[in-house]
Structures are given as structure tokens and as C-alpha cells.
Design a protein around this ligand. Sequence first.
Ligand SMILES: *Cc1c(COP(=O)(O)O)cnc(C)c1O
Length: 363
Amino acid sequence: MNRVFNFSAGPSMLPLSVLEKAASELVCYGESGMSVMEMSHRSPDYEAIIKDAEAMLRKLMNIPDNYKVLFLQGGASTQFAAVPMNLIKRTGKADYAVSGQFSGKAFKEAQKLGYDVKCIATTKDDNFDHVPVITKDMIRPDAAYLHICFNNTIYGTKYGYIPDTGDIPLVADLSSCIISEPIDVSKFGVIYAGAQKNMAPAGLTLVIVREDLLDYAEEKMPTMLEWKTMAENDSMYNTPPCYTIYMAKLVYEWILSIGGLDVMKEMNEKKAKVLYDYLDSQDYYIAPVKADSRSMMNVTFVTGDADLDKKFASEAGKAGLKNLKGHRSVGGMRASIYNAMPYEGVEALVAFMKEFAKNNPKK
Ligand SMILES: *Cc1c(COP(=O)(O)O)cnc(C)c1O
């Protein structure tokens, strides 16, 4: 059976070598005589796996010692509630920038919980075709944090800069761009990410939090959402998502083996460039995102004709290029080209786009 090029936004492709390694030890892990899926999370074999996963991620992302790394469950969406519940007590209010659907959901969740939150910037009126410019003077000086979504998975936009928030902690959802390139963790108070875009199968949520921000949790909040409890228990307050953490470890190991995030970034830039260069060179397809906000991970485009868009996704699927249909809320096409997408996948996509344009002239 041939593997396809899977452009899904998430869950998404995993590196073939990682899947093969996992398969090779699926039934018996090392000398343990059992699968990682069957292990007690308190066993020495599993302790070693989760410790290695954390150590590898720290090395990969160059995470400073005063940051905790938490392996949690609930998806990035659970953090939409956990973020205010863990931080708002710092000052009693928080600011949000809304640059797409997920940052909008994060803002709404904090509102739903009854908090004093303010949207200080949004690009909604421009259909989220770029990210907002955020300057320090826009943020309320007594905000407990500023929340942003760094890469907007649905619209295909990304911050080309890290907003300067001064002393106000910057909280960022990095679900769809984490470990795609080096990033200065020290510029953030909290980073969180669902694993199923660029890191592992679904079921794991990563939180990286500066230690001094662990002291503001609401007294009345679910223990499972409390970062401090999870940090004090090394993500083992309860059963962690054991197998997914193991898969993440294999992914970290793979990136380290090819040279770390500098090399990963080069590879990702090269892939994105092939696609954007083609989009810029023709006028059959339209790339709606403004040049300075283009995502390296999620590339969106349309033909301008909804029927042609539909035909494109369907015919591409038949040609082994799967899941190119845009998000149901925006339509068009979206190619998610995360770490695991090989260069050949993007080349094949561009070749298909040229063929399709030739065979389907617009009326
Ligand atoms: C997918 C995604 C989410 C939602 O993640 P879940 O793990 O499904 O809750 C949130 N934010 C961003 C940026 C995403 O890409």
C-alpha cells in the first residue's frame, strides 16, 4: 500500500521513520516485554521515556531553566480556559488579539468564564488576511497577560514578529507552528500547543510556562487545569497521555538527528517557497494572505470559483494529494505542510496545480 501526501491541518502527517520506529517496538518495547501502551506510567521504563521527551524538547527549543514543561491532555482548546484561570489573578484583567478562529475562541472562553478581558486588536474586518500589528501602548498596562495565536491554522497567517509586551507576559498558542523553526522562548510567559499538528498524534497538549507565573491560579478551579499542580507532579498528577508522549519523543529525536530546528526551518522554508513562488507567478490561483503575514505551515489559496475549488480538492485527492480542502468555515484550499511533509509532496502539489489550471480554464 502506497502512502499518500497528506496535507491535513491536523491530525497530520508524521515522519515515516518515526512511524516505522514506533511500529518496530509496538509489541515489545526494549527489554520490557510489553508495549509502551501497556506500561504503568510509574514504571522505570516509562519514567525514562517521559524524562527523555522533556530533555529532548528542552534541547530542541533551547528552553530556559526557569520554564516548566508540562505534558497535558484536553487539547489546545482546554487551555483557552486554563490560561485565564491560571493567570488572571495576577492583575484581574487580560488582553487578547484576535487574528483568526482559534484566538477568537480563546477570547470568548475567557469572556464566558466572566473575566474582564479586552480584544485590543483584530483583523476580522479584513477576513483575517493578515495578523495585527501589536505595540506595547495598545495593551492595558495592568493586563495580567496578552494572548495571541502565533500561527493561524485556518487562515494561513503567522506573526512575522514577536510582539513586544514589556513586562506583561505574552501567552501564545503555537499549536500549528511549534518546533517548525527556532523561537526565543524567553520572549514568552506561556507557550501552549496541541500536539496533533506538528508534534505527535492527538491526545497531548504541551504547556511551557515561566515558573514565576505558577502562583496566580484561582483557588476554585479544577485541579486538572492547574499548571502548578501539574508542574509539581512532573505531569504525573494523574495518568498522562503515555503513548502520545512516547510518539512526541520519537519526533523530537528525529528532528535532533537531522540537525535541530535550524535545519528544520531551512527545510520548511524551502517547501513553503516552492508553493508561494508558484502562487506569485501566475493568476489562476489567488493566495489571499498578505505577504508579511504568510504562514510557513498552512498555505491557503482559492481559484475564485467555489465549484472549481471543490473539483480541485476532489481530483487532487484522487491523485494522492489528500486533504487539500480548506477549513469548512472559509472554503477554498489549504495545504498544511508541517515538518513531516516531504519536499517531494510540495513539488507534486505544484505540478498538480499547473495541470489543473491548464485543464480547467475559467469561464
Ligand atoms: C488545532 C488548533 C487548536 C485546537 O486544538 P485542539 O487540540 O483540537 O483543542 C487551537 N489552536 C490552534 C492554533 C490550532 O491550530
